[in-house]
Unconditional design. Structure first.
Length: 221
């Protein structure tokens, strides 16, 4: 990817894969850096590809949980209830933040609450943001907790992280020496070729590999 991070690159990479290989993969696996729920939802709803991408932990939600603060969502009323039984009412709908849209809920009666110092510093009351596709996200999270998806995530790490770590080790402390996207791609391809040869030599007998290369029908370009 050419962006500062991978969060908006999932669908772009999938589209590139389809174009280059002329296939539509049955499954799509990636790390948390690609966990764009909007794109995952779009891919699964508009194709036969099933995604297995773990979602990052909501640090604020975990912090609340440790402090004994958990909010319950009432879908019928479209509001949250805090552990003290107070309601957080809908304040705004479809508020854009980054590449996501949220509904905003706010507590109107937080004064005198015994949990306030642990819950919020705001004088206006606790504010919660709910992703507009949160219902879908909850179902996706539930699916990712099943044994099959958990095994796929684990398997991906053993397959994908090895080349990444090894190539970084081969490059040492140096970044790409060549400048420009095309030249940097050529440099990376050389590292990838060296890695593939190293793996082949470790997996198969060197003499047998040389024999296979000698008997291979090479195509002239």
């Amino acid at each position: 990817t050419t962006g500062p991070n991978d969060i908006n690159e999932l669908k772009n990479n999938l589209d590139d894969l389809k174009e280059q290989l002329d296939i539509e993969p049955k499954t799509l696996e990636a790390d948390k850096g690609y966990a764009n729920t909007k794109e995952i939802k779009e891919i699964e709803e508009n194709s036969d590809t099933e995604c297995f991408i773990p979602l990052p932990v909501n640090s604020k939600k975990e912090e609340d949980k440790k402090a004994g603060i958990e909010f319950t969502y009432d879908k019928e009323k479209d509001e949250y209830q805090c552990p003290q039984g107070k309601a957080l009412k809908l304040k705004a709908k479809s508020v854009k933040q980054g590449n996501k849209y949220y509904n905003v809920y706010q507590g109107a009666d937080c004064s005198g609450c015994p949990l306030k110092t642990k819950c919020t510093k705001s004088t206006k009351g606790r504010i919660l943001k709910r992703n507009v596709i949160q219902d879908w996200i909850d179902k996706y999270k539930q699916r990712m907790q099943e044994e099959g998806p958990k095994e796929k995530v684990k398997e991906r790490k053993t397959i994908v992280e090895h080349p990444y770590g090894t190539i970084k080790w081969m490059m040492g402390k140096f970044h790409f020496l060549l400048t420009g996207k095309e030249k940097a791609q050529i440099e990376f391809d050389l590292y990838a070729t060296a890695y593939n040869l190293k793996r082949l030599i470790n997996i198969d007998n060197m003499a047998l590999l040389l024999q296979k290369a000698e008997n291979y029908t090479w195509k002239r370009v």
